[in-house]
Ligand binder design. Sequence first.
Ligand code: SF4
Length: 237
Amino acid sequence: MNTIKNKIVSIDIALIKFYGIPKRNERTPDAVTTLIGTILSQNTNDKNSYKAYLNLTKNYPNWETVADLPLSMIEMEIRTAGLTKQKAKAIKGALNGIKQEQNRISLDYLTEMDNKAAIKKLTAFDGVGVKTASCVLLFSLSRNVCPVDTHVNRTLNKIGVVTSSNPEKTFWTIFYDIPENTAHSFHTNLIRLGREFCRPSKLYCGNCPVRNICKFEDKTQNILEHRDNSFLLLDSL
Ligand code: SF4
C-alpha cells in the first residue's frame, strides 16, 4: 500500500472508532436531486441550504417544473441558502442543460460512465465544480470518490496526508488512493472533524480523535467541551 492510502486507512479507522460509521440516506437520492442539493449547499451551512431544498421540493412537484420557473422565483425559493442569484442561475442552467441533451431531466446516463468521465460531464455545466460533481458520484451513484470541501481540505493538510493549496488539488491527489468502500465514512467524518476539532478559527488538538496520527507541528492543548451537531444535508435528501 502506498503512503497516502496507508494514512487514509489509519484516519478512517480512528474516526470510525470515535464517530462511528456515518448513516447514509434511507433511499439513495437520484443524481439530479443531489446535484441541486449540492449547488444549494455551496458557501453556506447545511441547515440553511436544507431549508432552501425543502422550499423547492415542497412547492413544486418535480425538477421539470423548477426548470421552467423564472429565475426570480427560484431566487425567492432558495433565499435561505444565500448567493441566490448565482445558485438560481446554476440550478436553472443545469436543469435546462440536462433537458436539452436528454429530452427529460435525468442523469441516469452517468451510471454508464467511469468516475472521471462523469465528473467531466457534470463540470461542463456552469456553476458545477469538481466538489459538486464528486458529491453526485458519492451520494447518488455510490462511487468510491471523496468530495473535498474546505473542511476536508483543511484537515487533510493539517494531518499531513497532502500538501495542497486548494480543495480541487487535494481531490485529485487522493483520487486513486481511497481504499474500497471508504469514501463515504472518510468524507463525512472528516467534515465533522473539521467542524468540531480542527476548526479554521481554533484547533482543539487536546482531545482530537486523530491527534496521534496528525503531523501538524503546532498542536494546541485546547480541549473541546461541546460538540457540533452532525446534520449533513447530503445524507438527508
Ligand atoms: S490534532 Fe489538531 S491539527 Fe491535527 S487534526 Fe486534530 S485538531 Fe487538527
